[in-house]
Design a protein around this ligand. Structure first.
Ligand code: NAD
Length: 376
């Protein structure tokens, strides 16, 4: 039987457009769950109107409160700057709506924990937009790690570097101001690494880190200098609950790095390596192979890896970044229809915010900081 889920989307910018496209692409998974694009909100009314027209939302508004209160909306998709995420999510939960909120969930761990609590109290389904978890070969890596064949985690090394702001003349944007986000490269980039690390390897319990701002001012669109108030670069050491240790870093000013989300997870009996710029491949070394056979094996995306088979019947063709959003939306729609808890729920997302706030504190104090638990 076909089920229709009615969508209200808030924030018609870059990622709002990607989510809207992902809803339209749900036909990729068959016809039993149909998203209906009902309303899009953005204070820039021309942006809301343009997305409504390009993607077929029935109406648009400049007021997000209309969306969370609308009787004809089942799922609220939050694609605004970070400082608005939790306020909107809490209001959506109070109005009984399911939620898909972009990452990072909140401005800090307390705010995210509050949103996780609201979602629990209101009994609504909520997920957070950590789409790199949805990469098919990452799902494959999880199966291998969970099977235990690689043994115990010893060391995780992960980074996410881009050159989006490597040019000192790149324009100022909302994401560089502390009132909109306390986190710079860490919230935009390292958060994705943290999501994969937490998904594959479990929780981080303590960190010690450093952050830096390379360009402390940038020009806005009118040519006026504005301050840059959050990290261009960040790095930290961490301890995992399971005994492993890690090193995670991010940079938005790394010339030559386009989407350099890379990691190496070293275990007692093998290693897994990954690079987002080659997101349809993963490299695995098994120390249990005969010495003459030992070496890294490159596995290319194939049916059987996560949701890859929903896109292509054969291996090696590959999927792209937009497809990750299609998978993310599919999972939340299935969670709504089947009343199941998302793998990436608000508690999962709040734990990541707890780690990043601990890094900020460590960067100030120069000390190791324990990551606060998430209590809901
Ligand atoms: N998952 C990913 O890969 C990914 C990628 C990019 C951005 N993001 C996240 O998505 C969020 C938005 O980033 P973006 O790159 O789309 O930014 P953007 O600037 O392109 O879009 C943000 C939009 O939100 C609108 N907005 C601002 N205040 C609003 C309000 N009160 N109500 C409704 N709309 C409002 C803006 O007018 C703008 O259209 C951020 O939290 C970011 O971290 C995630």
């Amino acid at each position: 039987m076909s089920k229709t889920i009615r969508i209200g989307l808030i924030g018609a910018g870059f990622i709002g457009r990607s989510h809207a496209t992902a809803y339209l692409n749900q036909c990729q998974f068959g016809s039993e769950i149909k998203p209906e694009l009902v309303v899009v909100a953005d204070p820039v009314e021309t942006a809301a109107k343009a997305l409504a027209e390009s993607h077929g939302f029935a109406r648009y508004t400049s007021d997000w409160r209309e969306v969370v209160k609308a009787d004809d909306v089942d799922l609220v998709c939050i694609c605004t700057p970070n400082n608005m995420h939790c306020e909107i999510a809490i209001e959506a939960a109070r109005n009984g709506k399911a939620i898909n909120c972009e990452k990072p969930l909140g401005m800090n761990g307390d705010e995210s924990e509050q949103a996780a609590r609201a979602v629990k109290e209101c009994g609504v389904i909520a997920t957070c937009g950590f789409n790199t978890i949805k990469i098919p070969v990452i799902a494959y890596a999880k199966e291998i790690i969970d099977s235990g064949e690689l043994g115990e985690l010893v060391l995780f090394r992960g980074s996410y570097d881009t050159d989006g702001l490597a040019d000192p003349d790149a324009p100022h944007a909302w994401r560089m101001l502390a009132k909109n986000s306390l986190l710079g490269s860490m919230g935009d980039l390292a958060a994705h690494v943290l999501s994969i690390s937490q998904y594959l390897l479990g929780d981080i319990t303590a960190v010690t880190g450093m952050t830096g701002i390379l360009y402390s001012q940038r020009k806005d669109s009118a040519g006026n200098l504005q301050p840059v108030e959050n990290d261009d670069v960040a790095q930290f050491l961490c301890r995992y609950q399971n005994g492993g240790i890690g090193y995670i870093s991010s940079s938005r000013v790394a010339p030559g790095r386009k989407q350099g989300e890379v990691f190496e997870a070293q275990f007692t009996k093998g290693i897994i390596t990954f690079n987002l710029e080659r997101m349809n491949e993963i490299n695995i070394y098994r120390h249990t192979d005969k010495p003459v056979d030992q070496g890294f094996k490159t596995i290319i995306s194939a049916p059987g890896h996560g949701e890859y088979g929903k896109f292509w019947g054969g291996p090696g063709i590959g999927i792209g970044y937009q497809d990750l959003k299609t998978i993310e939306e599919r999972h939340v729609l299935e969670n709504i229809v089947n009343s199941t808890t998302p793998a990436v729920d608000f508690v999962f997302a709040a734990k990541i915010d707890r780690v990043m706030e601990a890094v900020l504190e460590s960067a100030k104090t120069g000390r190791w900081v324990d990551v606060k638990p998430v209590k809901v």
